[in-house]
Design a protein around this ligand. Structure first.
Ligand SMILES: Cc1cc2nc3c(=O)[nH]c(=O)nc-3n(C[C@H](O)[C@H](O)[C@H](O)COP(=O)(O)O)c2cc1C
Length: 511
């Protein structure tokens, strides 16, 4: 049974690769008028507007690490958390087109992730399961009735694959999973700011689907289904999640009345990767580097975060910021990792273009001691593995100007050359997937979390990041000398000085 699931995952991964001479299967043409709706609502479910204030707006970015008392679970504080992890952050307008942005990035701005809240004994909120309607920053009551024995609040997440598959075809499942990783990091930052201790609930996908009501097939008849991903407990530890609600209400809206294509491999890989998050938790080490003082408020960083659409191609990144970015990627190096206390299995390779005091070239920073030797065995033999930092496990592989290579490997996108550093996130792959095919999702979540940490750390320092989901998989493997799938590159990321597009106007998220 596991063998056939592993085979499904490996086959999906192989066929969803982009190559220099062939992109993964996707729609030949796109009708932008027919884009699936970015917001789902639950008709017939009672709506409750959430308070919009961010209640933790005074905390400085560099104070994120400080321990603080946990705020009470009430609607004001939960409204504040949801704004900072899944809410809208702005509307953008250009020549009559209007689109919204959220607290986390999303491939193609298509936002496949839906957010749920389970509340038990939360002040101001009836016990129940709620859909978070980010368009209005409101809750839609999906289920209620019965007295939960637990007290707590949980945020749950599901993916609507079609939102991504509509544009990206077969590769879309990967993007949904990378997005999920960004969302997890966003939740982790937001929870830490409220003094809560976020924790992934150890339930398998079926259990999560049951808790979020996603298994109620009759409710989803005739509309796009939602794939259960994960539930984060905010304060409740491992207490049993309330799920036996007596009453259910609401019918999910249809997002696309006339889907033009079908990509059955996405349903197959989704089924093959259902499972439970990694269970073996490790103690997080203390940060390797001290946090640089930065008075910018953390909530401001979160709400102003944008992906750069272009970089200036000339700004040189200060060495201290470069080190801060890398330090925050190490386990324990950012408060985000409180939510991911598992063995690090995704490791950054860097194409350094413009960093003060760091020679341009190819570098690697294994995030675990064990990974260093296995990466060394798998990478090109001629790589130098020259220690490049006194404290960080950073190694120079080759000195070279790699801007053109970064651009080519990233589907010829200029951002990969014009940024200061391009990251290639390399996952331990064949062994984790063979041991548990659900790892396919978890590796992408870890990569998305790494991207999110890079993005917010850069934003806090006046720099910007952009995720790059479009890259030529095996061309990158060739550069690194990878001969098999023991390791695979699963995400690229660019960090640089963004160019501002003055033609696009910005409007408030909520009025
Ligand atoms: C998984 C993922 C892959 C992405 N891939 C690309 C890419 O290949 N090229 C690009 O220019 N932007 C890419 N982006 C950035 C998105 O286009 C951007 O997040 C989206 O337009 C929303 O804008 P915002 O991040 O400013 O909110 C990616 C983002 C994510 C999360």
């Amino acid at each position: 049974m596991t063998d056939s699931r592993v085979a499904t995952v490996l086959a999906y991964h192989a066929r969803s690769k982009h190559a220099l001479d062939r992109y993964a299967a996707g729609p030949g043409t796109l009708d932008w008028e027919a884009q699936p709706k970015a917001f789902r609502d639950w008709e017939g479910a009672k709506q409750k507007a959430l308070p919009r204030d961010v209640v933790v707006s005074e905390i400085a970015w560099s104070a994120l690490y400080a321990t603080r008392p946990s705020l009470p679970l009430n609607t004001a504080n939960l409204g504040s958390l949801l704004r900072l992890c899944a809410g809208l952050t702005a509307w953008k307008e250009y020549r009559g087109s209007r689109w919204s942005l959220r607290a986390h990035p999303s491939s193609g701005n298509l936002h496949p992730t839906e957010t749920w809240l389970i509340a038990a004994n939360v002040a101001g909120l009836e016990d129940g399961l709620y859909h978070y309607q980010n368009l209005h920053h409101a809750l839609e009551r999906r289920a209620w009735g019965s007295a939960p024995s637990a007290t707590g609040a949980w945020v749950g997440f599901s993916s609507i694959h079609w939102r991504e598959a509509w544009k990206y075809g077969e590769r879309a499942f990967r993007y949904c999973q990378l997005d999920m990783g960004h969302v997890l990091a966003a939740v982790s930052y937001a929870a830490v700011l409220h003094g809560w201790k976020p924790h992934l609930v150890k339930l398998d996908s079926d259990g999560i689907a049951r808790c979020l009501g996603l298994d109620r097939a009759a409710d989803f008849a005739g509309v796009e289904g939602e794939e259960a991903e994960v539930i984060v407990s905010l304060e409740a530890g491992d207490q049993a999640l309330p799920s036996n609600w007596q009453h259910w209400a609401g019918k999910p809206s249809l997002l696309d009345a006339r889907p033009l294509y079908q990509w059955p491999v996405i349903a197959e890989v989704a089924a093959a990767t259902r499972g439970v998050i990694p269970c073996a938790e490790t103690a997080l080490p203390a940060p390797v580097l001290p946090q640089i003082e930065n008075d910018i408020r953390a909530s401001q960083v979160i709400l102003q975060r944008r992906s750069a659409q272009a970089f200036d191609g000339e700004s040189v990144m200060p060495h201290a910021l470069f080190r801060q970015l890398l330090g925050s990627l190490l386990p324990g190096g950012s408060p985000v990792w409180e939510l991911w206390p598992y063995a690090a299995r995704v490791h950054p390779v860097l194409l350094v273009h413009r960093v003060d005091g760091v020679a341009p070239g190819l570098y690697v920073m294994p995030r675990s001691a064990a990974a260093k030797s296995s990466l060394q065995a798998a990478f090109r033999e001629s790589f130098a593995w020259q220690a490049a930092d006194a404290e960080l496990p950073l190694f120079q592989l080759i000195a070279a100007r790699a801007g053109k290579t970064a651009r080519t490997l990233s589907c010829h996108q200029d951002i990969a050359e014009q940024c200061a550093v391009t990251f290639m996130l390399v996952a331990e792959f064949a062994a984790p997937v063979a041991a548990d095919p659900a790892a396919y999702r978890h590796l992408h979540w870890e990569a998305g979390m790494l991207g999110h940490v890079l993005t917010l750390e850069a934003e806090a320092a006046g720099w910007r990041g952009t995720g790059i989901g479009c890259f030529f998989d095996n061309a990158g493997h060739e550069v690194l000398g990878l001969q098999d799938n023991a390791f695979q590159v699963i995400y690229h990321y660019a960090i640089g000085m963004a160019l501002h597009d003055a033609r696009i106007s910005t409007l408030p998220a909520y009025t």
